[in-house]
Design a protein. Structure first.
Length: 193
């Protein structure tokens, strides 16, 4: 059984209509959600969009996570190789939507402040990592666009040619980066202490 919270109505409708999931569209601030507490709460690319991530996470954990439950958080890794490579052109340095940025140390402190113990860390995400690395490498050759946006809305032959050339290199670079714990994202699995 699942319960989702998604503030974008189009995405919530997609989850409801395609996957028959139970999804609320309100913004969560505190209190219980649905039939809480839950065995697992996952936040994939959510926390970086929040003005006060600690407040929301504390409420989620306190009101909605079982004592032996698992909290999973995935965010872009600020100290990733793609971030260092692209600098100000890094795909996840999106000032309009990404209000917080996380290093491994800041996530460790956040988990500790919430009374959580990190039981596992991962540094890979095939789609997010490879796309981010492709954009980072392309920025070195003068590409100024936003790859995801351009692939969706202004796909040109030149863009597809660039992607065909750079994607294999980006894939290898992201695999190596992930093995060195500097992939484009970090995913932590936490339990209550």
């Amino acid at each position: 059984e699942t319960k989702g919270v998604e503030t974008a109505e189009s995405r919530a409708d997609f989850a409801k209509n395609i996957f028959d999931l139970d999804v609320d569209t309100g913004f969560y601030d505190n209190g219980t959600i649905g039939d809480a507490p839950f065995d697992v709460i996952s936040l994939f690319h959510v926390v970086e969009h929040l003005p006060d991530p600690k407040h929301l996470l504390k409420n989620l954990v306190d009101y909605n996570l079982k004592d032996d439950g698992l909290l999973v958080i995935e965010v872009p890794l600020f100290e990733s190789f793609q971030s260092r490579l692209a600098k100000q052109k890094w795909i996840h340095l999106d000032h309009h939507y990404h209000l917080s940025h996380f290093s491994e140390d800041t996530l460790d402190r956040l988990a500790n402040d919430l009374g959580l113990s990190i039981v596992k860390k991962e540094y890979n995400s095939f789609h997010v990592g490879v796309v981010g690395m492709t954009q980072s490498i392309a920025s070195l050759f003068g590409y100024r666009g936003m790859l995801i946006h351009d692939l969706k809305f202004s796909r040109t032959r030149k863009l597809l040619f660039m992607l065909a050339l750079l994607a294999p290199i980006a894939l290898i670079a992201e695999i190596v980066s992930s093995c060195l714990k500097r992939g484009g994202v970090i995913r932590i699995y936490c339990k209550k202490i």
